[in-house]
Structures are given as C-alpha cells and as structure tokens.
Design a protein around this ligand. Structure first.
Ligand SMILES: NC(=O)c1ccc[n+]([C@@H]2O[C@H](COP(=O)([O-])OP(=O)(O)OC[C@H]3O[C@@H](n4cnc5c(N)ncnc54)[C@H](O)[C@@H]3O)[C@@H](O)[C@H]2O)c1
Length: 313
C-alpha cells in the first residue's frame, strides 16, 4: 500500500511510517518539519515538506504520489499550546483537516485514520470509560479533535469518505519530543537529577506505549470493514502520577522523584480534568488489537531504549 502520513515527521507519524516501511508498504510523509530539514528520501519512505493548511500543496502530493489511504497525524499538539494560540490551533487542526479530507475527495481516497485524542471526552465521568462517553471537551485542543471527528462524519455522509478516529491516550516512549510526565521522570532518573512535580499525586492517567499505538494504527488501517468509526487506544489502565513516580524509582534505583498533592497541572498552571482508564474492549473485539505493554513494562522498555541510544552515541 501507499500511505500518506500527514505529520509524518513527528513523534507518532514517524513511528508509524517506519513500521509501514518495515513491512513493505510505501510511506509518503508530509510535514512542515521536513521543509526545514531537507530530510533524505528513499523509494519506500518519501519525505515531503509541506503544510496541511496549503490545499494546493496537499492536492499536488495526492496527484503525484497516489496514496491509497491517509494516516492523519499533523496537528499542533498539546493542551498548553492550544491555550496559547487558539486561532492557530483551529487553523491548523481544523482547517488543515478539512484540506486533508478535500484532498482525499479530489484524489478519490476513501479511508483516513485520524489520530484523535481522549481530550475529546473532557472530564471523565467514571474511572474507565468507553467510546459512548459524551464528548464534552473543555479546551481548544480537545474541542478541535471532537470537531474533526464530526467533520469526518460530514465527509462520510456527503462524499463517501471513511474517517476512522483513534481516541488515543497520552503516548510515551523513545522519540517523545515534549514535556510529558513519563519522559520527565525517566530523563531525571537516568541523569541522576532530583525531580519534584508540584501537583498530581491524585491524577490518574492512562498512558500508551508508542509500539502499542503503532500496532493499533496498523490494525485499524488493515481492517477490511469497520462497524464503528471510533476506537479508544490506550493501555486500558490508569495509574496516578504518584504511582508512576514509584515505578520509575523501582526501575532506576536511586531516582529521586516526588509528587505534590492534588491534580496535575499542565505547565504548572492549568489543572488537568479528571481522567482515568479508557475501555479498549472495542478495539480488541473488532480489530483484534491488544496492547503488549502495561505501564511498568512500557517504562522499562523506554528506559532500555534510552540507555541503548546513549551507549551508541
Ligand atoms: N503524543 C500523544 O500523546 C498523542 C495523544 C493523542 C493524540 N495525539 C495526536 O497524534 C498526532 C501526532 O502527535 P505527535 O505526538 O506525533 O505530535 P508531534 O508534534 O510530534 O507531531 C505532529 C507533527 O505535525 C507536524 N505539523 C504541525 N503542523 C503542521 C502543518 N500545518 N502541516 C504539516 N505538518 C504539520 C509537526 O511538524 C509535527 O512533526 C496529533 O494529531 C496529536 O494530536 C497524540
């Protein structure tokens, strides 16, 4: 298959592009990042600089490279960035997604795997929740994700597109580029730095290891007939920030990580809504997908990968 991956230069887009190439598919990665990098290309992993807000550029890529499906990862990511510049996030995450759907319509591409987020749910109403939970996003990032999901349904009804939404929890693992609790803890532990997270002991979060996220995308991509257009993707279990600190301390003896009371705050400012675990039984029943990593084995794999990368450098 030839697959267009928007945001294919990012943490998740690059991980899935590598997995597709490894199994013999051709990944056409499209990302603003590449125009700066001038990244090298191979026959099966094409890297193109471009912006999803540029409809002409997207249409040209589709015309030239003839992808059969799209994995839509390009976005401004994160709750804090969305608060800092709501106009920008709407322009890129919503307007850019409409361009992606339009380019698909014009290029006669039917299926899109859209990487949505658990942020589309807003505050969790129970400790574990499935895909029927109401969408009540509270911040621009989640609002944009819910909007794009709904726009995908409009394109389904009007133009026959099939937009499959993967509501993904927080992903961690090698390559994670930004401030995230598991990354901050693991890096501090490996570098022998003490880390105190001022708030968060009570915030329960479901984290997904990057390899599991990749297999979920491939399962959704390969599934012949979807009965649903939305699946939760996560480990299926939550752990509190305090528990996370305890696991990292066990895995890296001597680590000094402490967590203050209450709910976690993004950037120490914006209190996290109440979260919990995502029910992933639909992805299991429909796609035959199960995560391989729980939080302990995922953190152990992450630590191992970082140690190996350090010895190679
Ligand atoms: N990482 C997570 O924990 C997580 C969880 C849920 C959902 N998601 C979603 O998964 C997708 C990928 O996230 P990620 O963690 O890889 O983030 P990332 O920031 O590493 O990757 C996003 C990529 O999109 C590119 N991009 C941004 N604006 C663009 C534009 N206008 N045109 C083309 N490319 C553009 C960026 O350059 C970047 O390489 C996003 O849609 C994100 O919302 C991520």
């Amino acid at each position: 298959m030839r697959i267009l991956i928007t945001g294919g230069g990012g943490f998740l887009g690059n991980a899935v592009a590598n997995a597709l190439v490894a199994r013999g598919d051709t990944a056409v990665a499209f990302d603003t990042h590449f125009s700066l990098d001038g990244a090298p290309e191979s026959d099966h992993h094409i890297r193109l600089g471009g912006d999803i807000t540029d409809m002409a550029a997207l249409a040209q890529v589709v015309r030239k490279h003839r992808p059969e499906v799209v994995i839509h990862c390009a976005a401004i990511v994160g709750v804090l960035s969305s608060i800092g510049s709501p106009i920008n996030i709407v322009r890129i995450n919503v307007e850019g997604s409409i361009n992606v759907f339009e380019a698909m319509r014009l290029g006669d591409i039917k299926r899109c795997i859209h990487i949505s987020s658990e942020e589309a749910y807003g505050e969790f109403r129970s400790h574990r929740m499935d895909e029927s939970h109401p969408l009540e996003p509270v911040l621009p990032y989640g609002i944009c994700k819910a909007t794009v999901e709904q726009l995908g349904r409009t394109y389904r009804d009007l133009h026959g597109l099939e937009v499959i939404n993967l509501r993904t929890s927080w992903v961690y693992g090698p390559g994670l580029p930004r401030d995230r609790i598991p990354r901050n803890m693991v890096l501090a532990a490996l570098e022998g730095r003490a880390l105190h997270i001022a708030h968060g002991a009570q915030s329960a979060i479901d984290h997904t290891y990057v390899d599991d996220w990749v297999t979920a995308v491939l399962a959704a991509l390969d599934h012949a007939e979807h009965r649903y257009d939305v699946y939760n993707v996560s480990s299926g279990h939550s752990c509190t920030v305090k528990e996370l600190a305890e696991i990292v301390t066990e895995l890296v003896p001597g680590a000094e990580i402490s967590v203050g009371p209450g709910m976690y705050r993004h950037g120490n400012q914006i209190e996290l809504v109440r979260k919990g675990a995502l029910d992933i039984s639909r992805a299991d029943a429909e796609l035959g997908w199960k995560p391989r990593f729980d939080i302990r084995s995922g953190l152990a794999a992450y630590i191992k990968a970082l140690r190996e990368a350090k010895t190679q450098n």
